[in-house]
Design a protein around this ligand. Structure first.
Ligand code: DX5
Ligand code: ZN
Length: 222
């Protein structure tokens, strides 16, 4: 398996974003954290900013919506051309309808669960999604510690993906570093978000390569 590494620009320099996007050209996708100071306590940016990121990014966009009222706002991110749009299960009462709408616009549809949200109710919905994001920290801030107690959710997802043969990416986000990425890879993750681990130090490209190698060394083989 080739591990996908999606750097989170939450750890980039917001006033030099174009330069910081160019520094991660070797990544698979760029992870764009939209926060509304309501679903999570933090605030980042909205569709206008994400549209400009889309214009200049060397890699496609993996948009992570940490916002309420996703039924109203998520389709706009698909319309501006994001490759993937992930909304939180906790933010909608009809995840299937929203996923179908995102796919009809042409985006990959992702569903995210916070650490305290069980995955079982969503296993039977896997055919409706292109990606499941298991949060490995409480959403809202970069630089938090990885929560290994979320790994049984990945194991359940990974078993269901193997059983059904569906092509659903299993993403983890929060506290992913060279020390923790192997734990998530062994549990079945194939798509890894990393903010501080990519943008710390002077060379994001070598951080990306290091993370990719560490994930691939621990990848669970079916
Ligand atoms: C946190 C965001 C993450 C964040 C991860 O709620 O969803 O994408 O940028 O940051 P690190 O990798 O520093 O934990
Ligand atoms: Zn994120």
């Amino acid at each position: 398996m080739s591990a996908r590494i999606n750097p989170s620009i939450l750890s980039a320099d917001f006033v030099n974003l174009q330069a910081d996007l160019e520094r991660i050209a070797s990544a698979d996708l760029v992870h764009v954290d939209v926060m509304d100071n309501h679903f999570v306590p933090n605030l980042t940016f909205g569709p206008q900013m994400v549209g400009r990121i889309q214009d200049v990014s060397p890699v496609p966009l993996d948009v992570h919506l940490m916002i309420s009222d996703v039924d109203r706002w998520a389709p706009g991110y698909a319309e501006l051309g994001a490759y993937s749009v992930t909304f939180h299960a906790e933010a909608t009462s009809d995840p299937v309808a929203l996923a179908r709408r995102l796919r009809s616009i042409g985006a990959r549809a992702g569903i995210a669960v916070k650490p305290g949200t069980p995955i079982e109710p969503y296993l039977e919905l896997l055919p409706e999604f292109d990606q499941v994001l298991v949060m490995t920290v409480e959403p809202g801030f970069g630089g938090q510690a990885f929560m290994p107690e979320t790994m049984p959710k990945l194991q359940a997802l990974s078993a269901e993906v193997a059983r059904t043969g569906l092509d659903v990416w299993l993403q983890v986000d929060g506290g992913i570093s060279a020390d923790t990425i192997g734990i998530a890879a062994a549990a079945g993750a194939d798509t890894f978000v990393a903010g501080s681990a990519v943008y710390s130090g002077s060379d994001p490209a070598s951080n990306i390569a290091l993370l990719r190698a560490a994930a691939e060394a621990s990848t669970h083989t079916h």
